[in-house]
Design a protein around this ligand. Structure first.
Ligand code: LLP
Length: 435
């Protein structure tokens, strides 16, 4: 398992087979920080940022902070030279608090509120990605009131069906996001926006979905969007100069997943843009890509402690851990599979298929179904779940009033806290008693 498959770069096995990340034994982490615990491998995270920057030379790599948004994480990503995509006032606030220059922010969302848009204008976010006619008008009015001109991209729904889970597809025609190209709405949006004198449309954006394997959908996206930009030049006399191709590259959650290397993905996209620009005689645009999952996902494991083991003869062996769907909703929501390993010791016992579940009052509260784990799993053992950096903490809840776990970042034997564990006081902080 160490450093292979879905596990972070520095994952290793130390004395007695104890899993170490960043040179720190998970048993020490559990003792000092309790479980469940998100453990971020700093070296892995920085390496993934760098691979993107190297794999997409000349492109503005932007971290989609919806994957995981904390002040410390955004500071790290900012240090690595990435721009940051925010999709709400809360994500914007976090980025500003992290000290990120507002000009480096890209503001997304299909229903940004008046307050959110106004705040974006106030602080001067770099680009606002307009998603609807309502929003174009709303933003124009706010920009007039502030006497500023907003630089915007139009979010295009390009009609590309990336073959991924229904809930994370966004590029197909009948989507809640953006202006549907095939229905003529993208053209209408451009023409409408041209009449709004406080909006400066400088580019387009198209994100086709998430956890996508292979380069074909990304190539198709680049082709469709460049064709559109060239057609707008020819038909409407408008030459846009910026193209955001979104994020969406898949990652390894288990040994069965085989995503494309960033270098190959970058090369494929850049070659497509080169060929298409030449064929269309279109000037090379400023390009942006927006990975979230592929930056932060593989860097992190979740550490749980086993609380009960219930072998049902002839049926399932149920292994319950001290977290679950409140800290990782992905198995319940998308049937996602994350690899699980015994982390606190070596075991020579024959593997057997067990189902790891959380502690919530729901049968759908799965961590991993049919996981091959050592036959001697026992109460008190620590389990590590791989690739939990993206869309776990950011989608965490307090279901059953579980306090949300802490997150630590490890590197070269050092441990830094990224998020402190919630307390019982935190849980009731917003409750208003009736008496
Ligand atoms: N850009 C936009 C406009 C997006 O909507 C997203 C993701 C991204 C970039 C980043 O996509 P990524 O590189 O992370 O795939 N909760 C789901 C994933 C939802 C993705 C939402 N949008 C999951 O856990 O699989």
């Amino acid at each position: 398992m160490p450093g292979t498959g879905p596990w972070p770069l520095t994952a290793d096995r130390g004395d007695g087979g104890v899993l170490t990340i960043g040179g720190v034994a998970v048993t020490d982490l559990a003792r000092d920080h309790q479980t469940p615990l998100w453990v971020v491998d700093e070296a892995d995270l920085r390496e993934r940022c760098r691979r993107y920057v190297d794999g997409f030379p000349g492109v503005d790599v932007t971290y989609a902070s919806k994957a995981w948004c904390t002040v410390g994480l955004l500071q790290l990503v900012d240090e690595e030279g990435l721009l940051i995509d925010v999709a709400s006032g809360g994500e914007m606030h976090t980025a500003l608090l992290a000290g990120v220059d507002a000009a480096k922010l890209i503001f997304h969302g299909n229903n940004k509120s008046v307050e959110e848009l106004d705040r974006a204008l106030e602080v001067g976010v770099g680009r606002i990605v307009c998603d609807s006619f309502d929003e174009l008008d709303r933003l124009q009015a706010l920009a007039v009131a502030r006497d500023v001109v907003a630089k915007v991209w139009l979010r295009i729904t390009p009609g590309i069906d990336a073959h991924t889970h229904e809930y994370v597809r966004t590029g197909h025609d009948d989507a809640k996001f953006g202006f549907t190209l095939s229905l003529g709405l993208a053209d209408d949006a451009l023409l409408h926006a041209q009449k709004l004198d406080h909006l400066d449309v400088v580019g387009i954006h198209a994100h086709i979905g998430s956890q996508i394997f292979g380069t074909d959908p990304f190539i198709a996206n680049a082709e469709v969007t460049l064709d559109l930009m060239a057609r707008w030049r020819d038909e409407h006399g408008v030459t846009l100069t910026e193209l955001n191709l979104g994020g969406g590259m898949g990652i390894r959650y288990t040994h069965e997943d085989h995503p494309v290397e960033v270098a190959r993905y970058g090369k494929a996209v850049l070659e497509t843009v080169t060929e298409r620009c030449e064929a269309l005689d279109f000037p090379w645009p400023r390009l942006i890509v927006e990975p979230g999952r592929a930056i932060v996902g593989p860097s992190t494991i979740t550490l749980y402690e086993i609380g009960t083991v219930k072998p049902l003869p002839g049926l399932t062996t149920w292994v319950s851990v001290d977290g679950g769907m409140s800290d990782n909703i992905r198995p319940a929501l998308y049937d996602a599979e994350h690899e699980v390993a015994l982390a606190s010791r070596r075991s020579e016992a024959e593997p057997r298929s067990v189902t790891v579940v959380g502690k919530h009052c729901e049968s759908g509260d799965l961590v991993r179904e049919h996981a091959p784990l050592p036959g001697d799993l026992a109460v008190g053992d620590l389990l590590a779940v791989a690739a939990t950096g993206a869309y776990t903490a950011s989608m965490a809840s307090n279901y059953n009033r579980l306090p949300r776990p802490a997150a630590v970042m490890v590197k070269d034997g050092e441990v830094r806290e990224l998020v402190r564990r919630e307390t019982m006081e935190d849980l009731v902080r917003l409750d208003v008693p009736l008496r």
